[in-house]
Structures are given as structure tokens and as C-alpha cells.
Design a protein around this ligand. Structure first.
Ligand code: IMP
Ligand code: MG
Length: 192
């Protein structure tokens, strides 16, 4: 595993993101909508850096890659959300890869009557975008590698790391063997 972003780098990135969000919100009440499960660490750190009125809610999204299930299928569960009518919303996710998850959530929240929907991601993978939208706030641009830690998982593991690390093919094979010895060495699936 190769460390891409240390805990200190992540902390200063979150500080910078919070300042950008604060400048943009200008004191307007903000509803932060975290995308489960990968955003939990970012949301926890970000909201404690935000000044001004903030409320927090969660949406759940799951996207699948490779041979995990049908490629590209995306499942959204928005039933935990309160009434968004007239609200300024900030959607927070761990990573913008193809962008399909963020795009779908932003559209869904606009359809629910949010006054304004902004998007924030900790990481954006370079050269992977498949949608027209760009996230409004990006913590770090990263190369096209599979990353774990600070909320991001591989097969449900590694979310607890205080840093972001890149997994190479050998790491992935070793993690598979350690966590699910009966499984075949498929490419990584992107769990929520
Ligand atoms: P997108 O819809 O392709 O932008 O994918 C976004 C979702 O895929 C993220 O919320 C993550 O759950 C997952 N994902 C994409 N790349 C990675 C990665 O490198 N590590 C862990 N999860 C990832
Ligand atoms: Mg996710």
C-alpha cells in the first residue's frame, strides 16, 4: 500500500474545503447531505469546521464495477432525507470517479425541491469523468488508482485508516485472500 495523502494533508484539505464552503454559503443555513458510507469521515471532520447554521442528513448510494453485479448499475436510497424544499444543500461524497453517483444525487435532490444543490468531494480521479457536471468543491486531484482509507473502502475494509492509500494489484489480491479466502480474484468492486 502506498500512502497518497497523510492525515496532516487531509486535515489541511478539509480546512481549505470548509473555508471555501463557508465563503460560498455566506451565512445561509446549509443542509449537508453525506453519501453513505464513504463520506462518514469527511462529513464528521468537515461539519466541525463549518461556521454558521448547519444541519446534517444522509443519503445512501451504491455503485458496482467490474464483475460485482451489472456494470454501472447505481442504487440510490433517499428515504432518510428530510423535506428539502427551499433548502441550500451540500452533497458530500468521498470520491468523484465517473461522476455518475454525484450527478444522480444532485438531480434527485433538485427534483425534491432543494433551492440550491452544491457538491463536494474529497477526491477526484483524473481522466475518469463520464458526466457533464463538475463538483463544486474538490479536496484533492488523484491519479487513476484504487484508493482506500479516510472513509473509502475496499470490499468493506480499510475505511478506518487516518490516511488515503493506493492499492496495487498485489495489495488487492492479498486483501481478498485475507478477508474472503473463498473468493476469486475479481477486480475491485466499489462498495458504497
Ligand atoms: P462514481 O459514480 O463513478 O463517481 O463513483 C463514486 C463511488 O464509487 C464513490 O462514492 C465510491 O464509493 C466508489 N469508488 C470509486 N473509486 C473508488 C476508489 O478508488 N476506492 C474506493 N471507492 C471508490
Ligand atoms: Mg460512495
Amino acid at each position: 500500500m502506498r500512502v497518497l495523502l497523510t492525515a496532516a494533508e487531509l486535515a489541511s484539505g478539509i480546512e481549505r474545503l470548509a473555508a471555501e464552503v463557508g465563503r460560498d454559503a455566506r451565512g445561509t443555513p446549509l443542509m449537508v447531505v453525506g453519501v453513505l458510507t464513504g463520506s462518514i469521515v469527511i462529513v464528521a471532520d468537515l461539519i466541525r469546521r463549518l461556521d454558521g447554521p448547519v444541519s446534517v442528513s444522509m443519503a445512501w448510494a451504491s455503485s458496482y464495477r467490474g464483475t460485482a453485479t451489472e456494470p454501472g448499475s447505481l442504487e440510490l436510497h433517499l428515504d432518510l432525507l428530510p423535506d428539502l424544499a427551499g433548502q441550500d444543500v451540500l452533497v458530500v461524497d468521498d470520491i468523484f470517479d465517473t461522476g455518475r453517483t454525484m450527478e444522480a444525487i444532485v438531480v434527485a435532490l433538485e427534483e425534491r425541491g432543494a433551492a440550491r444543490v452544491r457538491s463536494l468531494v474529497l477526491l477526484r480521479k483524473q481522466g475518469r469523468g463520464e458526466v457533464a457536471m463538475e463538483p463544486d468543491f474538490v479536496g484533492f486531484e488523484i491519479p487513476d488508482v484504487f484508493v482506500v482509507g479516510y472513509g473509502l473502502d475496499f470490499d468493506g475494509t480499510f475505511r478506518q485508516l487516518d490516511h488515503v492509500a493506493a492499492l496495487d494489484a498485489a495489495d488487492i489480491a492479498a486483501a481478498r485472500a485475507a478477508h474472503s479466502p473463498s473468493r476469486s480474484p475479481d477486480p475491485p468492486s466499489c462498495a458504497p
